[in-house]
Design a protein around this ligand. Sequence first.
Ligand SMILES: NC(=O)c1ccc[n+]([C@@H]2O[C@H](COP(=O)([O-])OP(=O)(O)OC[C@H]3O[C@@H](n4cnc5c(N)ncnc54)[C@H](OP(=O)(O)O)[C@@H]3O)[C@@H](O)[C@H]2O)c1
Length: 245
Amino acid sequence: MKKTVLITGSSRGIGRATAKKFALEGYNVIINYHKSKDKALSLLEELLSSGANAIAVQADVSDRKQVEAMFEEGYKKFGNIDVLVNNAGIADMTLFTDITQEQWKRIFDVNVNGMFNCCQCVLPKMISEKAGRIINISSIWGLVGASCEAHYSATKGAIISFTKALAKELGPSNILVNAVAPGAVDTDMIAGVSEEIREIIKDETPLEIICKPEQIANVVYFLATDEAYLITGQIINASAGFVIC
Ligand SMILES: NC(=O)c1ccc[n+]([C@@H]2O[C@H](COP(=O)([O-])OP(=O)(O)OC[C@H]3O[C@@H](n4cnc5c(N)ncnc54)[C@H](OP(=O)(O)O)[C@@H]3O)[C@@H](O)[C@H]2O)c1
């Protein structure tokens, strides 16, 4: 039977590239989007016309009821969800003293509580099946912190410790939990970064590149393969060496 992956925030960027990679590898794909309906539907069309099985489901990951409805739809369509990729995320650059309580709450609601909601919805079945993979998208800023992104860095750090804790709890149920911590990736998230800063990032990166979403997708996919079976509770730094720690 074909395996199924659910990727949150797969209308654009890293999530979109990850959806394409899993589809190419023969997975049924549940595309999740929040606001970018047209982009999600164009991806759905692309996957279906390539012969893959896929559906697109609108849900704000921070909203528990919407997340429950999304998983219900996914199970109804494909029967099982073998891999969950918690990718949906928002970023923001604000001086710490200017961060409002609303900004702080919203970034945690999406980046951390969204992951919590999705994990709680997928795990009962994974535990009863004694199989599953959860791959969370963190960031190098979760490892080392970024100036003017204290709120974002805090969410990405929370993802890291959550990943390690959950991997310990779920190992006996044969469920592997890992995170990928990308460096700068060429998506809408860094669209506001000037050409000058992009050059500085490249200069400070040993591989002298800005990563492509497809390259992150390859790392995410690897963690779902049989070859990665011994890897759990790990944070895979996929930053082309931009951060080495
Ligand atoms: N790009 C980077 O340099 C970089 C570096 C390190 C880590 N990351 C992490 O990688 C992940 C993906 O980032 P990206 O660069 O691909 O960002 P992106 O291009 O801005 O795409 C973000 C995706 O998340 C979705 N999303 C946002 N809020 C959502 C919500 N409340 N519910 C459901 N989906 C939601 C968006 O969906 P809609 O458009 O449909 O609303 C979109 O598909 C994020 O967790 C980010 O923190 C990115």
